[in-house]
Design a protein around this ligand. Structure first.
Ligand code: ADP
Length: 886
């Protein structure tokens, strides 16, 4: 390549400092991109790639550009795709420049720092997260939302904990030290799908960290702040002092469980509709919407705070009129957090200020309504918020009601706010009145009715007379200025004088208005902290009123929160499923767990409602711990420290993990972290491998949780053979989801009943799915053959297998899953009646049903449950039992 022009040299010098960003290089009215940037941007933005320079092909420089006034839309497109954009402006007047115009990068826009455009959803946060290694296997995590100013920091042990905690923020961008290993970088990118940025500066020069004691954590925050300063190159006044929290201040719900339980979005479509957030969101403000989402992501473990929230929800539910007023008043509140962010960032306009004013006007009424509730927590909240009266007054007296978007064209400041401005405005108005008068006067004097006075930017004010009327014009009355095809335009000395006065006044007033606006903006800056506090109080009130509203609409009840670990839900419902099906069709279910009955083994056909029942408990618990009422007719709940779920097949095939492996990893996660105060939900564990393999693992997992952990656990299985475990595990109880057969078809009742299910109904589900009739009938024959075949159990004596499950669990922990199924294939199915003694295993394995047992089985099979009453059923049972005992 031949020698570069000075401008290209300048470009290359600047570009070298921003290699990971598209460099938008200002050239006159365009931002130009060159070389690699140009080739890539032309493709991403679908704009034309041209080239710069003359001469041979290889000397030409690829280039593309966008007009500066419409650049935002292109920048937004790139940011949305996870790229960064460095904006390089001309920093001196080209006319004054000697040689190449000076240029400088004034801001780097990145996915985690973007403030412009409509990239960020109103009710979403936009977090930028940084990670700092603190010690071996210990990490500091700092998170900032530039749009709201929120700043948080914590320390986490272990890589897994790190991923889970970072994922809570769903960051768009991660700031890490350049020393992070390739492996780690790849893992972060793959798991979290984020833009990675590097920052090694940890210099501390900020008061934002005064609340953080641990030095290493201060450095974690500093890394983030350094990065923000370098990219935004602006005031960060709206960032709130960093707040330290411990992950165990909140209920631990790992990423998989959050996804599986569809807390804030659905699993497949990633939509809000169909999630718990969707059901609970009746918030009136965008801030409340974000707050609610944060609460759902982090349920509380402090019984006191949970009860405070619940008490205010109860009051709001009871006080319909106050709630209605509150909702109306909240509706008039704009996004105070984001408005404060804009003020600090310097991109606030007149309309934003008006939104701020209108919001502040609602505040006294909101506080008044909240005070009327007579609730201790409401009073506490009001006490925390300032009503920012001074700011409201300032905005009321200074700003016009409907200012334009632009802050450089005037019409923003109210009359009476500034004397000088009033003077200019008078001059303008008087001048314009004089001109209107002149038009009347000239028409009268010349007799030309169509004579008019107009204005254009080039010629200023003029008197216009149509060609036809020119003969009526007295000679020498006006001075000719411009000739049009059908008219002449004139001026007079007097008109010119007035024009100068008006234009001068206009120019001065526009300039003054801009200055005044900037002054007001500075004054607003002083209110950023109180505004943020106020925003937090208002959002809390908003979420709690939303809970009350939802509770009323959906007939929820206040849960009683207890310390003794008891779960007792009467007529519980799944908050989302009940909204998705026809009203009244949802079948409610009870659940009872305490320290004597910690685990439920749930059996029942596929599609019967097992996983819905399990999710229902998790969601109800989460709802209670965020302070919401719950879908039930009565509920007593403990404070769970963590919830673990293995529900549904959330395959992570993209990450090269099989369903079964994911299942085992999630199970490992649960069994290695759960405590007595946790809730574990395991759905159909062991389905991903061969029957015996799966069943053995399932049994071992149940036993492990029962003996070693004591967490409240729901375990659903289609291996109804496992139900015999209840005989040996005292704290395990069998329940099943009922289904009945009617005219050869199975009907799901969705009702959870004590006791074990009798079989799996898989073929009926296949029939429902309309598999070919021939296939179905063949399956029925095969099943029949199986059922009449020789069967014996693989469920070993519980005590003896205690040692065995430790081995299996160890295998689970190391996630080395032995999928060898040879041994399993050698075994056969369980007997209908009980487990077998290990010593007599060989003999027992040959055991067949006695003729007495067979008769009983036949009798049970023939029973038509639809046609007998519960009393008759008990009588039949009694009879069968007697027969057996004979
Ligand atoms: P399983 O886990 O037993 O295969 P699911 O829990 O997935 O079954 O339930 C299957 C479907 O049955 C759900 O999608 C839902 O529409 C319906 N269902 C489940 N439980 C209930 C219930 N209690 N009331 C009404 N419909 C239910």
């Amino acid at each position: 390549m031949s020698k570069q022009t000075p401008m290209m040299e300048q470009y290359l010098r600047i570009k070298a400092q921003y290699e990971d960003a598209f460099l938008f290089f200002r050239l006159g009215d365009f931002y130009e991109l060159f070389l690699e940037d140009a080739i890539k941007a032309a493709k991403e933005l679908e704009i034309t790639l041209t080239s710069r320079g003359k001469g041979a092909e290889e000397d030409r420089i690829p280039m593309c550009g966008v007009p500066y006034h419409s650049a935002e839309q292109y920048i937004v497109q790139l940011i949305k795709k996870g790229y960064k954009v460095a904006i390089c402006e001309q920093t001196e007047d080209p006319q004054q420049a000697k040689g190449v115009v000076k240029r400088e990068v004034v801001q780097v826009i990145t996915p985690g720092t973007v403030m412009e455009g409509n990239i960020i959803e109103e009710k979403d946060n936009n977090y930028l997260v940084s990670i700092t290694p603190l010690a071996e296997d210990r990490f500091g995590i700092a998170a900032v939302d530039m749009t709201t100013g929120e700043f948080k920091v914590t320390a986490i042990d272990g890589l897994e904990g790190l991923y889970h905690e970072v994922a809570v923020y769903k960051p768009k961008e991660l700031v890490i030290p350049s020393t992070f290993s390739e492996d780690m970088q790849q893992h972060l990118q793959k798991n979290l799908g984020v833009t990675l940025s590097f920052e090694d500066g940890q210099a501390v020069d900020n008061t934002l960290f005064h609340k953080i004691e641990e030095e290493a954590l201060v450095k974690t925050c500093a890394r983030l702040l350094n990065y923000l300063k370098k990219t935004t190159k602006r005031s960060l006044d709206h960032l709130q002092p960093a707040i330290y929290y411990m992950a165990n201040e909140y209920m631990g719900v790992d990423v998989h469980s959050k996804r599986n339980l569809e807390l804030v979005e659905t699993l497949r479509e990633k939509k809000k509709q169909g999630s718990l957030l969707w059901v609970l969101d009746e918030t009136e403000t965008a801030m409340g919407g974000r707050h609610l989402k944060q609460w759902i992501e982090r349920p509380l473990v402090s019984k006191d705070l949970i009860e405070k929230r619940l008490s205010l929800v109860e009051t709001l539910l009871d006080r319909f009129f106050e709630r209605e007023s509150l909702r109306e008043q909240l509706n008039g509140v704009y996004d105070l957090e984001r408005l404060s962010g804009k003020v600090a960032f310097g991109n606030v306009n007149g309309r934003d200020m008006i939104q701020l004013k209108r919001s502040l006007q609602q505040v006294p009424q909101i506080f008044e309504t909240a005070a009327k509730l007579g609730n201790g927590y409401a009073d506490e909240l009001i006490g925390q918020g300032e009503n920012c009266e001074g700011l409201r007054e300032l905005l009321e007296t200074s700003l016009q009601e409907e200012p334009p978007l632009s802050i450089t064209e005037g019409n923003i400041i109210k009359d009476g706010y500034n004397q000088e401005l009033d003077k200019y405005r008078d001059a303008m108005r008087n001048g314009k009145t004089w001109i209107a008068g002149l038009e009347q006067q000239e028409r009268a004097e010349t007799g030309i009715k169509s004579l008019k006075i107009g204005f254009n930017k080039v010629f200023g004010y003029y008197i216009e007379v149509t060609k036809a009327n020119i003969p009526h014009l007295p000679e020498g009355r006006y001075e000719r200025k411009q000739t049009l095809s059908n008219a002449e335009r004139y001026i007079t000395e007097e008109l010119k004088e007035k024009e100068t006065l008006i234009l001068e006044a206009e120019e001065k007033s526009v300039k003054l208005e801009y200055e005044l606006f900037m002054e007001i903006r500075e004054k607003v800056k002083a209110y950023i902290r109180p505004l943020q506090k106020l925003a937090s109080v208002i959002s809390t009130l908003d979420v709690l009123q939303s809970f009350a509203e939802v509770a009323e609409k959906n007939h929820y009840v206040k849960p009683k929160v207890v310390y003794n670990g008891e779960v007792k839900i009467t007529d519980g419902r799944h908050p989302v499923v009940e909204k998705m099906i026809d009203e009244g069709d949802y079948v409610s279910n009870d659940i009872h767990l305490d320290h004597e009955q910690e685990m439920l083994l749930i059996t029942g056909p596929n599609m019967a409602g097992k996983s819905t029942y399990m999710r229902q408990l998790a969601l109800i618990s989460i709802m209670a711990q965020v302070g919401s009422f719950v879908p039930a007719s009565a509920a007593t709940l403990p404070v769970f420290d963590q919830i673990f779920t293995r529900i549904g097949a959330a395959d992570d095939l993209a990450q090269g993990q099989s369903t079964f492996m994911v299942e085992m990893l999630e199970t490992k996660h649960a069994v290695s972290r759960a405590t007595k105060n946790s809730l574990i939900l395991l759905d159909e564990i062991g389905r991903g491998t061969s029957t015996y393999d799966g069943m053995a693992l399932a049994q071992a997992i149940i036993e492990y949780i029962h003996h070693e952990i004591g967490a409240k656990t729901l375990f659903s299985t289609h291996y109804h053979e496992l139900t015999s475990l209840a005989n040996d595990l005292p704290r395990l109880k069998n329940v099943h989801v009922s289904a009945i057969e009617e005219d050869g078809k199975v009907v799901f009742l969705h009702k959870v009943i004590d006791g074990a299910a009798d079989r799996s109904y898989g073929i009926y589900v296949a029939e429902l799915a309309e598999l070919p009739p021939k296939l179905i009938s063949r399956a029925k024959t095969i099943l029949h053959d199986f059922e009449n075949g020789d069967k014996h159990s693989i469920v070993k004596e519980v005590d003896e297998s205690h040692q065995a499950f430790e081995e299996v669990s160890a295998a689970v922990e190391e996630t080395v899953i032995d999928t060898s199924t040879q041994q399993a294939h050698d075994m056969e199915q369980l007997t209908l009646f009980g487990t077998i003694d290990k010593e007599n295993e060989e003999e027992s394995s040959k055991k067949k049903l006695s003729s007495k047992e067979k008769t009983i089985v036949d009798e049970i099979q023939k029973l038509n449950l639809l046609h007998i009453t519960p009393i008759q059923a008990i009588q039949v049972l009694d009879e069968l039992q007697r027969k057996l005992r004979k």
